[in-house]
Design a protein around this ligand. Sequence first.
Ligand SMILES: Cc1cc2nc3c(=O)[nH]c(=O)nc-3n(C[C@H](O)[C@H](O)[C@H](O)COP(=O)(O)OP(=O)(O)OC[C@H]3O[C@@H](n4cnc5c(N)ncnc54)[C@H](O)[C@@H]3O)c2cc1C
Length: 394
Amino acid sequence: MRDDLNTFRKEVRDWLENNCPEEMRSPIESEKDACWGGREFTFQSESQRLWLERMGQKGWTAPDWPTEYGGGGLNGEQLKILNQEMARINARPALFSFGISMLGPALLKYGNEEQKQMFLPPIVRGEIRWAQGYSEPNAGSDLANLQAPAVDMGDHYILNGSKIWTSYGDDGDWMFCLVRTDSDAPKHQGISFMLFDMKTPGITVRPINLISGLSPFCEVFFEDVSIPKEQQVGELNKGWSIAKYLLTHEREMISWTGLSKAGADPLGETAMEIIGGTDGILDDSILRTDIARFEVDEMAFALTIERARDEVKAGVSLGAVSSWFKFFGTELNKQRYNLLMDIHGNDALAWTGEASDDGKLARDWLRTKGNSIEGGTSEIQLNIVAKHILGLPG
Ligand SMILES: Cc1cc2nc3c(=O)[nH]c(=O)nc-3n(C[C@H](O)[C@H](O)[C@H](O)COP(=O)(O)OP(=O)(O)OC[C@H]3O[C@@H](n4cnc5c(N)ncnc54)[C@H](O)[C@@H]3O)c2cc1C
């Protein structure tokens, strides 16, 4: 077994050496470095395109998915080796994809064979970019209150209503969406999970402009949108179970923001460079203590995540633990950026101008606050931890 893994490691190392373009061997610095794939994606470079193509063909954009759906078919040990070998050369993820981190696991569990064959291989190859149609103006934390009605018309549904805060809704090719299919049933029991092409007639997407000057979110309006019945996932009115399962994957994905980026300088080194120190010890003793405390927490979190991943590979369901991870990971990332702001002092507040990299640090710092809202707010995660992990009364 050990020999097999050593052989596998060598194969992975050789493959990465031969196939990961040099330009893809550095941390992602900004949104534009991230490859999201999809029908209309504009690659930043030929290296970015090649890296996606090669990783997609190998199935390593979804390394632990079954090979019959285009995935890499790796087991837990092999997956760990792939991750280690990618980190060794600072290889970037070839693809960021809600299809891989959110929809795919739900389709693998709840989709029928036809749906798996139709959607999973193109997701692995980065050919479909997905948008998440969950939140509505009166359904955020209380998600089960969603109202968008989908009416049964025989062989299809007709969808009306709207969604809000849809990340990259204007770039999405398809949407996975929660709709109301029974308005008389108790609210959790009248929801269904549907998939549709964003080019279907009757869909209007309107970006929401933020104070930062960006519009990463959209409102999406539905006017008599026709959804073929084959695009309903799972049973009618049982969409809430799928929604919750998908959220555990979304929360786990968001919790990774707590882990430091491969290749990024540790905070202590950054602080030494900017503030300075004596004999390798940072001069500012308060900051030194805060950074040390942060680094211990970060290490403990990384080890806990790794242990949980091993448990998941052994068949244990992450369930409510994903809420704890999401809470802790996003708090940790906020703490990391608070410390970076302290380290950089007044310069960190610059919003424009070349010296500030057009306010990158300040903008990234603000973005960390969104991490503890998206996928369910910190308060909601703590409610879940209290109820489902600590067993406290609801
Ligand atoms: C960066 C970002 C990306 C997003 N992307 C998407 C997306 O792609 N698709 C999508 O569908 N949605 C998306 N969302 C929406 C997100 O899921 C909601 O914002 C979130 O669930 C909170 O809902 P809300 O904004 O309606 O706030 P509300 O539910 O109105 O909450 C307001 C405040 O009240 C608190 N609160 C509410 N209920 C309780 C309670 N029971 N106990 C304690 N406190 C409570 C909340 O914690 C919060 O502080 C995104 C949000 C962000 C910030």
